[in-house]
Design a protein around this ligand. Structure first.
Ligand code: 5GP
Length: 212
């Protein structure tokens, strides 16, 4: 069920918007998105398509749609992706069907995108909420990436190098969440979403027009 606000005059109104979460690899975006999903039944997760190899703990269709590069390019060419980008040497993109049906049902859609995807999505959804997640320090980021052991040494070095570049994009986002402690960061992210659901601009976008 999408979130529906009952207005005093007895009408109801759906408040649906995308929430884009970006930040360097290893900062905890996936955990934060999963945390929001576990606690908010009016939020859907946008499952991206990628050409990257599946990790052992990942499920095709739940974490990503894992596809061959040819299939990915065909999807992009056919206009099936709202945005796509090359990230750390692999292709990642947001299928239209991972987002639009949920918004139409009045659901919020949370998506984990790199900074290029964030910039592209801002053009697709100017009214979206854009959140940038940062680590407490680069040392902690490196430690987290090494502990999760999902990358080869080369891939890890690429991700760490890219992290410094990605940090420069934070100015394009609406909110910053420091992931020092996962529970605290999750509670801040949920507070941002809760506040945005109450936004007068979202609830009554036409209010104020023609009013002195
Ligand atoms: P990972 O390989 O660690 O799952 O993701 C690598 C990067 O790709 C992360 O920064 C993640 O946010 C980004 N990413 C995941 N899905 C998409 C997508 O659909 N589009 C874009 N542009 N980036 C994505």
């Amino acid at each position: 069920m999408g979130r529906s606000i009952i207005l005093p005059e007895g009408k109801s109104k759906n408040v649906a918007f995308p929430v884009v979460v970006s930040g360097p690899s290893g900062v905890g975006k996936t955990c934060l998105c999963r945390g929001v999903l576990a606690d908010c039944d009016d939020v859907a997760y946008s499952v991206s398509a990628t050409t990257r190899n599946r990790r052992d703990n990942e499920v095709n269709g739940r974490d990503y749609h894992f596809v061959e590069p040819d299939r990915f390019r065909a999807m992009a060419q056919a206009g099936e992706l709202l945005e796509w980008a090359e990230v750390h040497g692999d292709l990642y993109g947001t299928p239209r069907h991972s987002v639009l049906p949920f918004l139409a049902q009045g659901k919020l859609v949370i998506m984990d995108l790199d900074v290029q995807g964030g910039l592209s999505m801002r053009k697709v959804f100017p009214g979206g909420v854009f959140v940038f997640v940062v680590p407490p320090s680069f040392e902690i980021l490196e430690e987290r990436l090494r502990t999760r052991r999902t990358e080869s040494e080369d891939a890890l070095e690429t991700r760490l190098r890219n992290a410094r570049e990605e940090m420069k994009f934070r100015k394009h986002y609406d909110y910053m969440v420091v992931n020092d402690d996962l529970d605290d960061a999750l509670s801040r992210l949920k507070s941002i979403i809760a506040a945005e659901k109450c936004s007068m601009q979202r609830l009554f976008p036409c209010d104020g027009e023609g009013v002195a």
